[in-house]
Design a protein around this ligand. Structure first.
Ligand code: ATP
Ligand code: MG
Length: 214
């Protein structure tokens, strides 16, 4: 992809609640970066996660800081406050519009797990999404890597609008990490060490009745 004789920058965008960020997220970003030769991957923690409304989500600042801690050592990873600072429901289309506005020359690649991709047609303004970015769906244990139900909707899109790739399987989820922390079970090695320490320092995921005296 050449523009003005220069190679167009390739930017990965990984949206998520990141409550907490875990090694599944990091492996997905790293694998896609390698396969698509991305210059950078921007992690974008959600503001108010509408798809999870009704469920308790940790404060945006805690999720943001954990994401910074987890990605700090990788020179190609960065974190954006765009969704948090927008201060309303997070829609992927807004995230991508903002990333495109901030990086007008870049080709965007939106990285998502198989479960999130399966929901793609429930997303707001999904048709515009494909104008803004290429989508990369990564395998995730417990979820079928299956685009059959998308075929009919995606028929008119270029073949590379959505690419599915197999990544080394990590059956880690934030829900399981929260459950473990709530039950005083270890999250070591499921999340980066700094995130283990942050969860413990901020008493995240500890049920209210156990917080007394902390
Ligand atoms: P929760 O259990 O709270 O839903 P989660 O582990 O699914 O959390 P999210 O923040 O919801 O984490 O996910 C952000 C993105 O990362 C989504 O696209 C999701 O599909 C993807 N993802 C999460 N965990 C994995 C994993 N283990 N392997 C591959 N992709 C993953
Ligand atoms: Mg999820």
């Amino acid at each position: 992809m050449q523009e003005n004789g220069r190679r167009r920058r390739k930017l990965g965008v990984m949206g998520g609640t990141f409550d907490p960020i875990h090694h599944g997220h990091l492996v997905a970003a790293s694998e896609v970066a390698n396969r698509f030769d991305l210059d950078e991957v921007i992690f974008v923690p959600t503001g108010e996660p509408w798809q999870k409304s009704g469920k308790a989500v940790s404060p945006a600042e805690d999720r943001y800081l954990m994401t910074v801690i987890a990605t700090a050592s990788n020179p190609r990873f960065s974190v954006s406050r765009a969704d948090i600072d927008r201060g309303k429901d997070t829609y992927t289309v807004d995230t991508l519009r903002e990333m495109q506005y901030a990086n007008p020359d870049a080709q965007l690649f939106f990285i998502t797990g198989a479960d999130a991709l399966a929901n793609i047609l429930t997303w707001h303004d999904w048709a515009e999404l494909f104008d803004l970015a290429k989508f990369v769906g990564v395998s995730r244990p417990g979820y079928e890597l299956n685009t059959d139900h998308l075929e009919e909707h995606l028929r008119d899109l270029p073949a590379d609008a959505v690419t599915m790739i197999e990544i080394p399987a990590l059956a880690i989820s934030s829900s399981e990490c929260r459950r473990r922390a709530a039950e005083n079970r270890p999250v070591w090695y499921l999340v980066p060490d700094g995130v283990v320490q942050y969860i413990s320092k901020r008493h995240l995921y500890v049920p209210e009745d156990r917080k007394v005296g902390l």
